[in-house]
Design a protein around this ligand. Structure first.
Ligand SMILES: [Zn+2]
Length: 271
């Protein structure tokens, strides 16, 4: 499942094809995604120029000079392909630019979505309105986290996955950040000290920044036909490493399952 670094890498990849370009074709394909593709999208986007791209949590944003923004979510299996040789049944949206480049949004499991929104209405859009700060922004910090976690008895891991507390952090990066910060995933959220919260914020930024850098180094691959944006292999400290030594050198990575979701952590160093 694409997490924040995959979305960020995808956006950067799309940027190289779309930024400043005129969209000469925006074609929704017959099979819809999770939500029906907005009917007004195709005509509204026709001949629009892309003024910039961005990301909010795990949503990619394509802004146009018509005052609209195309908002996409990759769901479980979505991916953009650059200059695909063929358009298949799993392609839900095809975009062409004045330069003759073609992009297709492919999503076999169809949990993704594409919406077209007036750009100025984005902050009030329901999926965005309740989101907490971006983890890579200065708004995510030990003080903000302290306010958000005050009096909360829930485990810190569950709180970090709550998009209202911090936006876009998923299971993998929460496990990794807690390992770096040496905090047990079950630790009562409201009892984290200020220094621990600082460590946690820094650890979250570190794991995301490293993953985005790893994704960025794969971007040259999408010059090839059918190049897929945003997916890359990463080295994790604890995620998916049950039974292997923790980087701390003292413990073994352990997995526990809560409501169907795996947590990887080291009982020796994470307290
Ligand atoms: Zn350890």
């Amino acid at each position: 499942m694409p997490e924040l670094p995959e979305v960020e890498t995808t956006v950067r990849g799309l940027e190289s094809v779309l930024a400043g370009r005129v969209l000469t074709r925006v074609e929704p394909r017959p099979r819809d995604l999770r939500r029906a593709f907005p009917a007004r999208s195709a005509p509204a986007a026709d001949r629009a120029r892309v003024t910039g791209l961005g990301r909010r949590a795990k949503y990619g944003l394509v802004h146009t000079d018509r005052g609209d923004t195309m908002v996409f979510h990759l769901g479980m299996s979505g991916r953009w392909r650059v200059d695909p040789e063929e358009i298949g049944t799993h392609d839900h949206l095809v975009i062409e630019t004045g330069e003759g480049r073609r992009l297709s949004l492919m999503d076999p499991r169809r949990f993704g979505s594409v919406d077209l929104m007036p750009t100025e209405a984005l902050p009030d859009w329901a999926p965005f309105k309740a989101l907490g700060p971006e983890p890579l922004s200065a708004d995510f910090n030990a003080a903000q986290l302290g306010d958000a976690l005050k009096g909360r008895f829930a485990p810190i891991k569950a709180m970090l996955l709550d998009q209202r507390i911090v936006a876009g952090l998923g299971n993998i990066y929460v496990c990794e950040a807690l390992n770096i910060a040496r905090i047990a995933p079950t630790r009562e959220a409201g009892k984290l000290t200020g220094p621990k919260r600082t460590l946690l914020v820094e650890a979250a930024r570190q794991v995301l920044t490293e993953a985005i850098a790893a994704g960025g180094s794969t971007l040259r691959d999408y010059a090839r036909p059918d190049g897929e944006l945003g997916y890359f292999s990463k080295q994790f400290r604890v995620y998916g490493r049950e039974g292997e030594p923790c980087p701390c050198g003292k413990g073994v990575v352990t997995r526990r399952v809560d409501s169907g979701r795996s947590t990887f952590y080291c009982p020796a160093c994470q307290k």
